[in-house]
Write a protein that binds this ligand. Structure first.
Ligand SMILES: [Zn+2]
Length: 269
């Protein structure tokens, strides 16, 4: 299947080269390999903008990086995570901003987590739930679908061919709004993935419970779409019950979640 898509993509390229852009809309569009290329463009733009995206260096924070990558690897090991041979789930980055309760994944599986989210959550299961949700946006290709919708296939193809404005891809990515269906699907996949790990399979629910309790009802990514936090908690727990999966928390060996927090820059009081 991937081969067929690649051939179709090559067709798009040759048609564009010959100015036959009408044919583009009739073709299926972007391949998972294209997702990776798009992701790399977004990653490059983030790297060029340390003011807005102060990514912690892996050299200075080896313990923190080892912890978050180990967690991500455990989730990605689930059979239900797709494209693990080509997506970059193994390059998680931490953004140093204690005010932001967020995480995101680019097309192609490059994942970013804010220190604000890590400090806000209480344990590894909660963060694993959020990571599962982000991995699902990449694995289910929500972000590439949305980018295709927002920017148009032709513009994306031109950028990937080196003929367009690369910055447009990144701004297209950061303007993404996932649909209610995408959010619900990612919540559900978080439960499915975590069911294959030692983390509490409904870890994502805790995040929304906490947000509801603290009265925060709007914010980026997680809360930008319609399902209310309360509904999402119910849906996540219903999925966990349906799967009959383990809701008890992981007993961590080695570095604990608190150690992980301590290994990050100390938050301003
Ligand atoms: Zn989401």
């Amino acid at each position: 299947m991937r081969k067929i898509q690649f051939v179709l993509f090559s067709l798009v390229i040759s048609m564009l080269a010959f100015g036959c852009s009408d044919a583009v809309d009739q073709l299926t569009g972007l391949t998972p390999e294209n997702d990776v290329e798009m992701g790399k463009s977004v990653v490059a733009q983030i790297a060029q903008d340390p003011t807005n995206y102060p990514v912690l260096s892996e050299e200075d924070y080896p313990e923190a990086y080892a912890y978050i990558q180990k967690m991500t690897d455990a989730i990605v090991a689930s059979d239900d995570v797709k494209y693990k041979d080509i997506f970059h789930y193994d390059e998680v980055k931490i953004i140093h901003n204690d005010e932001v309760l967020n995480a995101f994944a680019t097309p192609g599986g490059f994942i970013y987590v804010y220190t604000g989210l890590i400090h806000y959550l209480d344990n590894a299961d909660d963060l694993a739930g959020v990571m599962g949700h982000e991995i699902a946006h990449a694995s289910e290709r929500h972000s590439s679908d949305q980018m295709k919708e927002n920017l148009g296939l032709q513009i994306i193809v031109q950028i990937l061919l080196g003929e367009g404005n690369v910055a447009q891809l990144a701004s297209g990515f950061f303007a993404l709004k996932f649909s209610r269906e995408d959010e619900a699907e990612s919540d559900e996949h978080s439960v499915i993935y975590l069911n294959d790990t030692e983390y509490a399979c409904n870890g994502a629910a805790t995040f929304f419970e906490k947000l509801s309790a603290s009265g925060q009802s709007s914010g980026p990514e997680f809360l930008s779409t319609h399902p209310s936090p309360t509904n999402r908690v119910q849906d996540i727990n219903a999925k966990a019950d349906e799967l009959g999966c383990d809701k008890s928390g992981i007993s961590e060996t080695g570095i604990s979640y608190d150690d992980f927090k301590d290994s990050l820059p100390t938050p301003a009081q």
